[in-house]
Write a protein that binds this ligand. Sequence first.
Ligand code: R7I
Ligand code: MG
Ligand code: MG
Ligand code: MG
Length: 352
Amino acid sequence: RRCPGRGRFRGCLVGALLGDCLGAAFEGESAVKLPDLLRFLRGLEPGPSGGEPGSARRETLSYTDDTAMSRSVVQSLLAKQEFDEVDMARRFAEEYKKEPNRGYGMGVITVFKKLLSPKCSDVFEPARAQFSGKGSYGNGGAMRVAGISLVYSDIQDVKKFAKLSAELTHSNSLGYNGAILQALAVHLALQGELSRESFLEQLIGHMEDVEADDKSLADARALGFEDLPFSRRLKKIKEFLELSTVPKSDVLFELGNGVAALRSVPTAIYSFLRSMGSDPDIPDHYNNLQRAIIYCISLGGDTDTIATMAGAIAGAYYGEEQVPASWEQSCEAFQETEKVANSLYELYCQRL
Ligand code: R7I
Ligand code: MG
Ligand code: MG
Ligand code: MG
């Protein structure tokens, strides 16, 4: 295994930050109009249509729980130099206590409150109790997972620690399998120039294995889904990519734009893959990474989370060269994000 370039680590974390901060402005809107979105983005740029040339930017876009939790994942990995469930759980809970108004999921707050109690001796227990013992299938495990793929280079480690990091809040396999899929996508993107076809084939191969265990089969059936639901959606993505145009309504019906991992992680992967090509609706001066984020947000729904996941994948694939300065500088804590990415790069390469 080789050490990927530093720019991919910076691209990944900053891409994720951009997706969250830009997407948050539209989270929960059922129909985002593309002209409105493009106008919002022009407002971030200096010059005639944006802020006054040379003037200070009007506002900084705040990050949400997606980034707050991603930062806890990364800070824990850097402090411990490996995955440590007790340390990571403590950081999630203390970060929530410090800034509770970042837009956290309704259910996960219960987990944080239990983790903060001195009586909590098993850090996985609060997550197991969620939703009457069925566990959360939300996308919170997936939205924050990229850091795992920026520390572990071995694909079995990526799967193992993506799952464990997600299980601190999401014990339903439809939640943690989404985190595994997102971590695998970042892992593959970090390796560089893979074609769409081989990127998808590899993801399908891994997920058919991940989803074949008894708990994954039982959890999917209990919620009324077919077997191997993530793998099936990856195959649907393959069909979509073979068509010249795909109506937004088909993407929303088949892949979704919701808060469940199953209705958001495949959508982020599709957005990344479709943005390898041009999009007639998005102006040509936007690059692949920008198109991936714009497309996610244009779908509406859980825009910050879908865009942060697509941004992490696209940033790992294209590197920081595709991160526009005006977008990055619009986001809270972008300089710190770059520093942390450098540290992850050092750790990843030192561990090889
Ligand atoms: O998954 P989670 O951390 O939420 C992440 C989302 C992202 O969009 C963030 O940007 C933020 O806005 O929230 O938090 P959870 O509370 O575990 O799950 C999110 C939501 O998914 C819950 O509030 C429920 O609405 C839904 N959900 C479930 N509903 C019924 N039964 C998750 N699991 C279940 C379930 O088993
Ligand atoms: Mg959020
Ligand atoms: Mg929210
Ligand atoms: Mg969200």
